[in-house]
Design a protein around this ligand. Structure first.
Ligand code: NIG
Ligand code: FE
Length: 389
């Protein structure tokens, strides 16, 4: 077993408050870390680092934990750039656009879909993402949902069955029949490829009772639940997620005081997806209000061809700081350890001893540059398990 010393780290963010400056980011200056067997084996001042088999000197750059993108839809075909352009001319976003991507995805070959997933995964890696969740939801037949999840599984273990994304056109007159399909044969075909089950709980998609039915069937099949909720308006999804003790509830753009208290008194993570508000020209969720109330907050891209076609976690960090009233430290934490919490993971999203050695070397002296220099490709190198990714 060979060891690697990463040294010359001008600023190391560990997200471990027992290390460094004792802040939630656990930041050290002039630091080093040692990787053994894909994990962090030692963290401390570069001057007292132990010897290792090989050394990598990052010449004073900042090192941060790899981003954990806990919400994305990367198995699809087609393009909706015209709808984006129309929105920028004033047309509102509509969930109905999902059906356009469903038609393109059903028509695509396995090879085309696999190539799209691979392209997205490459894109996100170059921007520092080392853990990703990927949903189905653009197939909406038994066969197309199962193949979407099988393809997603080749890229990540964090796969989510989202058969309940919208009611497809062939079930337009029979939404109850579609929920029966989702909770029956579709779930049976998809569960072997999925860890999570998700529902788009929103007007125009699925209501509270339908969401309960899908989550209950998913739980019976061994899948943990998560929800898309309160994206386009106020609704029951956030409270439902808290009542059921789900690991995460995502979007959280429209929140009542009761929603905030439910989130604050539950362990459920609110995942904020600022790429959506950017791409739909909508009001951003209020990250500050959630943090001040003591809620757990994550940030993710929601990468999808309709509401947020970005794979960039650094962009989402910058938007969280500029538009959601979060500090650079809060935004980085939400995009790393917060994302890990939203996936129920403690092995990623931080660089404490024992964590996966997943990290990004920034062409910058400090993590603050992620928001200070928006749009600049600051990620110079990415290591996954201590190896170049
Ligand atoms: O998370 N909200 C539902 N699903 C996606 C949008 C999908 C689409 O427009 O294609 C989302 O924003
Ligand atoms: Fe989504």
């Amino acid at each position: 077993m060979s060891s690697l010393l990463v040294t010359g780290i001008g600023q190391l963010v560990t997200n471990d408050a027992t290390l460094g400056d004792g802040s939630p980011l656990g930041t050290l200056v002039d630091a080093a870390l040692v990787v053994e067997d894909r994990r962090v084996a030692w963290v401390g001042p570069a001057a007292s680092a132990p010897a290792a088999d090989t050394a990598y000197d990052v010449s004073g750059r900042a090192v941060v934990p790899g981003f954990v993108d806990s919400h994305s839809h990367r198995v699809f075909a087609g393009d909706r750039s015209e709808a984006f352009a129309a929105r920028m001319r004033g047309r509102p976003y509509s969930a109905g656009g999902i059906r356009t991507t469903v038609a393109a995805t059903r028509a695509a070959s396995d090879e085309q879909l696999a190539a799209n997933v691979a392209r997205h995964v490459g894109e996100m890696r170059r921007q520092g993402t080392t853990t990703v969740e990927i949903k189905s939801g653009y197939g909406l037949t038994v066969v197309d949902e199962a193949r979407s999840l099988a393809l997603a599984r080749q890229a990540t273990d964090e796969t989510t069955f989202l058969g309940a994304h919208v009611v497809p056109p062939e079930y337009a007159d029979d939404p109850a029949g579609y929920v029966d399909l989702v909770t029956g044969p579709m779930l049976e075909a998809c569960a072997p490829h999925a860890k999570w089950v998700d529902v788009f709980c929103e007007k125009g998609a699925f209501d509270e009772d339908q969401a309960r039915a899908v989550l209950a069937a998913g739980a019976a099949a061994g899948l943990s639940g998560r929800l898309h909720a309160n994206q386009l308006g106020h609704g029951p999804g956030v409270q439902l997620a808290c009542e059921l003790g789900l690991v995460a509830v995502d979007h959280c753009t429209y929140l009542s005081d009761a929603d905030i208290s439910a989130l604050a008194s539950s362990g459920t993570v609110s995942t904020l997806l600022p790429g959506v508000e950017f791409s739909t020209r909508s009001p951003y969720p209020d990250g500050r209000r959630l943090l001040d109330a003591g809620c757990h907050v994550a940030i993710a891209t929601d990468c999808n061809p309709g509401s947020s076609y970005t794979s960039s976690m650094p962009l989402c960090v910058a938007l969280a700081v500029r538009e959601m009233r979060m500090s650079p430290a809060e935004a980085l934490w939400a995009a790393t350890r917060g994302g890990a919490a939203a996936l129920g993971r403690d092995d990623v999203g931080h660089l404490g001893v024992g964590a996966a050695a997943d990290l990004a070397v920034l062409d910058a002296p400090s993590y603050v540059h992620l928001a200070y220099r928006p749009g600049v490709p600051l990620v110079r190198e990415v290591l996954v398990g201590g190896s170049p990714a």
